[in-house]
Design a protein around this ligand. Structure first.
Ligand code: ZN
Length: 241
């Protein structure tokens, strides 16, 4: 049986790795709960910072992807307000945090450039993933056909009931009615299609089928737990070589 993911121990935490990205040598992870315990976000950021400069975001459900270049050193270690980060620096770790929203990992196939994007319903409605691919490619002179992407664990459509005010912001193909007169939103398909529309090849996109709401032992879920329990931390590092 093909194993699509693995859980490894890193800096005292359990980290989910997607083997699709590992096969390309793309260093990444998603910090998940360890033995069901809530994630200590500050502790994770401290551990990551012990190795490299760690960029931490204040996310606002917007569509800004920030280029982490040498200017960033002036402000480090302030949090940056952005829902996406990109870099070609070998001495920084990019992070975003999610708890039902999707983490989208992007990298050039030569692993030189990498980006992380946070896509909730607002970002999805505003086509953030597609915009992020455009900006990433233009900033680093990349061809979208040569990018690799993985959409990490997030809430699945069957668990993601939304009201009509949300449903009407999304394209109808990603919305279906449920039995209670509300709507189910398929964030994964919407984001995958945005990556394709931005020029990526289907074989270069992996979509995790882990649902954050259905796996309380592994993931935080805003829908299941509320806002204050915690978040998973997605990160991307530079390759070793
Ligand atoms: Zn679910």
């Amino acid at each position: 049986m093909v194993k699509y993911w693995q859980v490894v121990q890193r800096f005292g935490c359990q980290v989910l790795e997607l083997n699709f990205l590992n096969e390309f040598g793309i260093k990444h992870g998603l910090v998940i709960k360890t033995q069901g315990r809530d994630i200590d976000e500050a502790g994770v950021y401290r551990s990551l910072s012990g190795r490299h400069k760690t960029v931490v975001t204040s996310q606002v459900h917007g569509c800004d992807i920030l280029r982490v270049d040498t200017m960033f050193d002036k402000f480090y270690p302030e949090r940056v307000e952005a829902d996406g980060l990109m870099t070609d620096r070998s001495d920084v770790v990019l992070t975003i945090h999610t708890a039902d929203c999707l983490p989208v990992y992007l990298a050039s196939s030569d692993r030189r450039c990498r980006a992380l994007v946070h896509a909730g319903w607002k970002g999805t409605a505003d086509k953030f993933a597609a915009k992020a691919v455009d900006v990433f490619c233009s900033e680093y002179d990349l061809n979208p056909r040569e990018l690799v992407a993985a959409i990490g664990p997030g809430i699945e459509a069957d668990c993601y009931q939304v009201g009509s005010e949300v449903a009407e912001r999304l394209q109808p193909e990603y919305i279906r009615p449920d039995a209670n007169g509300r709507w189910l939103l398929d964030l994964r398909s919407a984001n995958r299609d945005q990556l394709l529309a931005a020029g990526m090849k289907p074989c270069n996109i992996y979509v995790s089928d882990f649902c954050t709401k259905c796996h309380p032992g592994m993931f935080h879920s805003y829908r299941r737990e509320g806002k204050l329990k915690g978040k998973m931390i997605a990160f991307m590092e530079a390759p070793d070589d």
